[in-house]
Write a new protein. Structure first.
Ligand code: CU
Length: 499
């Protein structure tokens, strides 16, 4: 157990082992224990998660019915019903979060993890949130995107006094509109969010008596995760909150590839992915092999007339995007941020470009003197894996992950949607690597290579001739005629030095 020392031993004693927690029986036992009269008078027992694994959906045992979400490398917080009110207990506290195997970070989070657990409620639910502050400084809780009374909005100093160290505040409101939301502190925000204090919130639409929301479809799989980022020096464990944009760990739910679980779905499943961005920059999220629609933002479900197909959607700072598609192509499909620096793990931005320089002998010598010395490979970055360069402890290789055909050369904000025809409904297990059927995979050409065909125009240009651009339609490249020459004029800058 990697829980940091805390004086709240009582809380740790309530910690649920994940295996026990996953069993429905264990969950029911907790729910039953929490309805005793003594318990009702007290705070709901805090539930703590000790592992960064993806928990299966938490099927509601009490309250209104709904189709639960799956939080990537996360979990949903159990609640108790108290006279018709859904009560949750969030505990703000220092946590140890495994970013990926080989690296653990000292973060601040909720109930044992960063991000905190996902909160799932139903449109119209009255919700009571107990927020206990076990941090070394004051905090608050802001319920990002919700309709609620002003005094429940959680901006420290503006809507309420900050929650002092060791105290518990109560927030209570009705979850008025269905959609995807987030929660985070609005107190020493720069530090607290850079340290990992955030969580996801889903308000499901009411489905009483077969009622259906006109803009919210039922789906077979509903995933959610937050985009977050950290600046943790190689070899150390605590993020530097003052870094605004140059973070070196780009994470989904405080996990970096290959630590991010895949999204495992059955062929032809309708899939929803909810993504919230609490980093300080935008992330163009790109899905391979399928097109999706944006069916919701933090403002709620989008009107049908506003939806168009895309394969990449930009999620700006503070935004949420909800994308939907039918997973009708089998395979392992990459899902990643399209900023290529965000699919890398820690690297110095001052790493010199060493393409063309053979320094493999040299680097070992330098590393004897400067253990965390890292440079780029001589043929590109892919060299670095091959060179088996030693990296400091407590850090991740920059490009990593191994697939069935070799190194994936990714890190950070990268995972896969794994679409399988034999994935059982309701089963979220990783089915392993996809084996492409024979004849459906890129292969090496072993025949003779023909001379590359060149444009006539290119040859003409090289000979200093007038360039022919107006080619009759239907003529293949390399067989262009020059019956209607067009003269190209090149204007050179004159006089001004600002060019
Ligand atoms: Cu990104």
């Amino acid at each position: 157990m990697e829980k940091p020392p805390t004086d709240k031993r009582a809380m740790a004693s309530h910690a649920l082992d994940r295996r026990k927690f996953l069993g429905q029986a264990a969950f029911t036992a907790v729910a039953a224990a929490s309805v005793s009269k003594v318990a009702m008078a007290a705070l709901p027992e805090p539930v703590t998660m000790m592992k960064p694994d993806t928990a299966p959906p938490l099927v509601p045992q009490t309250g209104r019915p709904y189709n639960p979400v799956v939080t990537l490398n996360g979990w949903t917080l159990p609640w108790r019903m108290n006279n018709g009110v859904k009560e949750f207990h969030l505990v703000a506290e220092p946590v140890i979060r495994e970013i990926a195997p080989g690296m653990k970070a000292t973060l601040w989070g909720y109930n044992g993890q960063s991000p905190g657990p996902t909160i799932e409620v139903v449109e119209g639910d009255r919700v009571r949130m107990f927020v206990t502050n076990n941090l070394p400084e004051h905090t608050t809780m802001h319920w990002h995107g919700q309709r609620l009374p002003n005094g429940m909005d959680g901006v420290g100093g503006l809507n309420q006094k900050q929650i002092p160290v060791g105290k518990t505040f109560v927030y209570e409101f009705i979850a008025r509109r269905p959609g995807t939301f987030m929660y985070h502190p609005h107190a020493d925000e720069m530090t607290q969010m850079a340290m990992g204090m955030m969580g996801f919130w889903v308000t499901h639409p009411k489905m009483d008596r077969g009622q259906k929301h006109p803009l919210i479809d039922e789906v077979n799989r509903d995933f959610c995760f937050l985009l977050n980022s950290y600046d943790i020096d190689p070899g150390s464990t605590t993020p530097k909150p003052n870094t605004m944009l140059d973070q070196n760990l780009w994470t989904w739910n405080s996990r970096a590839f290959p630590g991010i679980d895949s999204l495992n779905v059955r062929l032809n499943d309708k899939v929803r992915i909810r993504i919230g961005n609490l980093t300080m920059t935008n992330h163009p999220i790109h899905l391979h092999g399928h097109e999706f629609l944006i069916t919701g933002t933090d403002g709620g479900p989008t009107p049908k007339s506003s939806r168009w197909p895309e394969v990449t959607t930009d999620v700006a700072v503070g935004q949420m995007r909800q994308l939907e598609f039918v997973a009708d192509e089998e395979g392992d499909w990459a899902l990643h941020c399209h900023k290529s620096h965000h699919t890398m793990n820690p690297m110095g931005h001052t790493v010199p470009n060493m393409i063309g320089v053979d320094h493999r002998g040299l680097i070992k010598k330098i590393q004897k003197l400067v253990p965390d010395y890292m440079v780029m490979g001589e043929r590109g970055m892919a060299d670095m894996g091959e060179m088996q360069m030693e990296i400091p402890e407590q850090t991740l290789p920059m490009m990593t992950g191994t697939g069935p055909y070799g190194p994936v050369e990714m890190g950070g904000m990268f995972t896969m949607v794994k679409v399988r025809k034999d994935q059982n409904p309701g089963d979220y297990k990783d089915a392993g690597w996809y084996r492409q059927p024979p004849g459906t995979q890129a292969f090496e050409w072993t025949g003779a290579l023909p001379e590359p065909a060149r444009f006539q125009s290119e040859i003409a240009a090289n000979n200093g001739l007038v360039v022919g651009l107006n080619n009759p339609p239907g003529h293949a490249h390399g067989a262009q005629t020059m019956d209607k020459p067009v003269e190209l004029k090149v204007r050179k800058p004159t006089g001004h030095m600002q060019h």
